[in-house]
Design a protein around this ligand. Structure first.
Ligand SMILES: Nc1ncnc2c1ncn2[C@@H]1O[C@H](COP(=O)(O)OP(=O)(O)OP(=O)(O)O)[C@@H](O)[C@H]1O
Ligand SMILES: [Mg+2]
Length: 421
């Protein structure tokens, strides 16, 4: 049927009309501080009232722990929290709350139940905060959509957002993520909310990293670093000290790099393993915590410029502590770790390597070089391999700066200093 101008359907909400932007009152953007320092940091300084925050993470990483802890903190501030759990029994949640020692005076629990039960509970309790653990476990009794389907997930989320915004409730939504690291369900869930946080960590270690993938009210480059303890998640005060394990042996394949995360520099360890490949003609290239394509590009630069053939070798790259590096400033340190493993050179313990590498093997300047160097100095590092263009850091005392213009310079530097093992 062809639509005509008379054909429009009546408004679902007759009161809705456009208003002048000028006439709209200011939003109360005063953030609620949790004083769980690392959590506030990721959100850009605290929780923005009435915002909707999605938290994704792999099973067991600590999503429920984090949000139960936050519930306790808010409760201590006399703010009411409604915690919906569709995954665990009331007894399990109580046991966790007792273990974490959280304040529960203002925390209400809705165990299991559907969207309609949730709406009824919100109307009765009128909480300031709502926690959904998890979005995949809440269904609508009214909707005929298959529960767990993408459209059902979107429907439930949009319903929650609608009644939360209407009632001035701040919402945290927990979402499971798939093996590929995406929120299970549609990417569009991410578009519907104000902030998307990812909670990551190697489950074998107790370090956990919270990062913002999207934030309508703050920057997305800050990381929150926590330690999982029996008493819950604690903010890590000195991340560099945690990420750098004391090295007992002089091992090859290790380089230290100060990465920039938001406003601070954090020292991390880059590890490479270059080993003879059993798969002739098809060696493995595996990278954890760094872009695989960029790693392949860096390998090709080393092969071409330094005539070090990697084609017979498997290459594994690992950024320790479950950290992900997205900055190109780490290129030179990665190349150093690769060469160090390949040639069995040891990079001296007290050396830091910083620089971006271009396709011709030239070493390019990086941002915030002074912040990086100062953080490394604080941790006791004394020698710095830096881009030639940025070697003029005369006012920094008691350190040795080795400028490199290209990867030939780097190679001769590490050949000289790294005792062959
Ligand atoms: N007694 C304890 N001491 C220290 N850590 C503990 C203890 N009990 C649980 N944990 C930690 O808590 C983690 C589980 O946390 P939590 O249940 O909050 O994760 P989750 O992300 O909500 O998982 P799921 O996706 O299964 O709901 C465990 O992997 C473990 O690291
Ligand atoms: Mg959970």
């Amino acid at each position: 049927m062809i639509e005509t101008s008379e054909d429009h359907s009546p408004s679902e909400r007759p009161g809705v009309k456009a208003v002048k932007l000028q006439e709209i009152g200011d939003l109360n953007l005063e953030r609620a501080k949790t004083n769980l320092e690392e959590f506030d940091r990721v959100l850009g300084g605290g929780i923005v009232p009435d915002s909707i925050i999605l938290i994704g993470g792999e099973p067991g990483v600590g999503k429920s722990t984090l949000l139960l802890e936050i519930s306790g903190i808010l409760s201590r501030q006399k703010k009411s929290v409604l915690y919906f759990s569709g995954e665990e029994s009331a007894g399990q949640i109580k046991t966790r709350a007792d273990r974490l020692g959280v304040d529960t005076d203002y925390v209400f629990l809705l165990n299991m139940g559907n969207l309609e039960d949730l709406k009824a509970a919100v109307e009765e309790i009128k909480p300031s905060f709502l926690i959904i653990d998890s979005i995949q476990t809440i269904h609508s009794g009214k909707s005929s959509m298959m529960s767990g389907s993408i459209s059902a997930l979107r429907y439930v989320t949009s319903q929650i957002i609608e009644f939360a915004k209407g009632n001035h409730i701040t919402v945290f939504i927990i979402g499971h993520i798939t093996k590929e690291g995406q929120l299970a369900g549609p990417k569009t869930l991410e578009h519907m909310v104000d902030a998307v946080l990812y909670f990551q960590g190697e489950l074998k270690t107790d370090l956990r990293i919270l990062r913002a993938e999207k934030n309508r009210f703050g920057p997305v480059n800050e990381l929150g670093i926590f330690q999982m303890t029996a008493r819950g998640l604690e903010s890590v005060q000195d991340p560099s000290a945690v990420f750098l394990q004391p090295r007992k042996n002089a091992d090859s394949g290790i380089a230290t790099f100060p990465t920039i995360s938001g406003l601070r520099a954090i020292l991390i360890e880059i590890q490479a393993l270059v080993a003879e490949s059993p798969f002739t003609g098809n060696p493995r290239r595996i990278s954890v915590g760094f872009d695989q394509y960029r790693m392949s590009m860096l390998i090709s630069i080393v092969e071409k410029k330094l005539k070090l053939p990697f084609y017979k070798s498997d290459v594994f790259l690992n950024i320790t502590g479950g950290f992900t590096i997205k900055e190109t400033a780490a290129d030179l340190a990665i190349i150093t770790a690769l060469i160090s493993s390949y040639k069995n050179f040891t990079v001296p313990h007290d050396t830091i390597i910083i620089g971006e590498v271009g396709l011709t093997g030239e070493v390019r300047p990086v941002s915030f070089i002074e912040n990086r160097i100062k953080e490394a100095m604080r941790q006791g590092f004394k020698r710095f391999i830096v881009p030639e263009a940025q070697s003029d850091i005369k006012h920094l005392k008691d350190i040795a700066i080795s400028p490199v213009g290209n990867i030939y310079d780097l190679y001769s530097q590490i050949k000289q200093t790294g005792a062959s093992k």
